[in-house]
Design a protein around this ligand. Structure first.
Ligand SMILES: O=C(O)CCC(=O)C(=O)O
Ligand SMILES: [Fe+2]
Length: 356
């Protein structure tokens, strides 16, 4: 029988060790994948100077006058790329207290009439008129995606697979989504808004998330097997890496997509900023999971913390539809405007209607 090993902190892995002592690195990574679903990574190549510039770029963007931010609102595009105001996003039917700017690698529109609807997610970014914004965030995208690619090779090795085993699940030139996020502190919120920065969720359809906690605030929490919320504080020089439901599915649940949330920053501490890249998996067809060695399947945790997520059953059959339904459900205004029939078919109703 599987013995669940619970965690009360998030492991810190050092990429330098992947070169210096690979077996040790891979063994620590294997532990993190199977038992935690989260780890910090240090020893990466993304410079502190660049990250300071990225943080300033995020601050400058959210400081723009509201009408300028609204000119790049997600509502203008079926891609769900662009700005969303605070309170316009839902996690499990509750409002998240965060502002966001979603972006992706710069791609032309993919969809044409008759093609699958999920292809409408791919298209150009909505650019604000802000000096240096575009090169800075596209550079982040490129560097974070390189890191994610390097890590998926190590993940494959840590699961006793060839290092390129996951590569076939990522199409060259496909979309990888990313976002800048601002969480206002509690004193900057309406008391009725509560303290949900983002509600408990798992990252949907992606392989790995690369998360930069740009300010030193507490707030990110990860749920362990016994349901306890474990803090994942910002640690200088690191990214937080976590597993998406795409990777979990592709490795037969041997790497876990762990539930996490963000609590709004304490009163008086100012806004928390973070930047996330979600390394995508191909959405174009039904995917078949990898063959995982039995000794690792034997280590699979018997109980995953609150693993429920919407549309889970859709992923195995149609990952594109799954990704699209998750977008429609989190950003209802955009979803209902651009995909009215799908929203209706799946019972996704407007943001201010009674909770189901
Ligand atoms: O902002 C953070 O620290 C986490 C954000 C997150 O989990 C998400 O957007 O999926
Ligand atoms: Fe997340």
């Amino acid at each position: 029988m599987t013995q669940d090993i619970d965690f009360d902190s998030i492991p810190i892995l050092d990429l330098a060790q992947a070169k210096a002592d690979r077996p040790q690195f891979l063994s620590e990574l294997q532990h993190a994948l199977i038992h935690v679903g989260f780890f910090y990574i240090k020893g990466h190549q993304i410079s502190a100077d660049f990250l300071a510039k990225l943080t300033q770029t995020a601050v400058d963007f959210f400081d723009l006058p509201l009408d300028e931010k609204l000119s790049v609102d997600k509502i203008h595009s079926p891609t769900f790329l662009g700005y969303s105001t605070q309170g316009n996003e839902l996690t499990k039917e509750k409002k998240d207290n965060r502002e966001q700017y979603d972006f992706a690698n710069e791609l032309p529109e993919l969809w044409s009439k008759g093609a699958p609807e999920y292809q409408r997610l791919t298209g150009p970014n909505l650019w604000p008129d802000l000096a240096d914004f575009r090169p800075t965030i596209l550079s982040f995208h490129e560097q974070a995606l390189d890191l994610a690619t390097e890590l998926t090779h190590l993940v494959a090795e840590a699961l006793d697979l060839p290092s390129d085993a996951l590569d076939k699940y990522v199409l060259p030139g496909q979309q990888h989504r990313a976002k800048l996020i601002k969480y206002p502190a509690r004193d900057q919120l309406d008391p009725d808004d509560g303290d949900q920065g983002v509600g408990a969720h798992r990252d949907t359809a992606s392989l790995l998330t690369i998360l930069y906690q740009a300010t030193g605030h507490p707030g990110l929490q990860v749920q362990n097997h016994s349901g306890k919320w474990i803090d994942a504080p910002a640690i200088d020089g690191t990214f937080v890496v976590n597993i998406g439901t795409g990777l979990e599915y592709l490795v037969q649940g041997v790497a876990v997509a762990t539930t996490h949330r963000v609590i709004s920053p304490p009163p008086g501490s100012g806004p928390r900023y973070s930047v996330a890249l979600f390394q995508g998996a191909r959405l174009d067809r039904k995917l078949f999971p990898l063959e995982i060695p039995q000794h690792l399947l034997d280590k699979k945790p018997s109980a995953i913390s609150d693993s429920g997520h919407q549309f889970a059953q859709v992923y195995a059959q149609n990952p594109g539809m799954y990704a699209l339904l998750n977008r429609i459900s989190s950003h209802r205004d955009v979803g209902i405007k651009h995909y009215p029939e799908l929203a209706e078919q799946h019972g996704i109703s407007a943001i201010n209607s009674p909770l189901q």
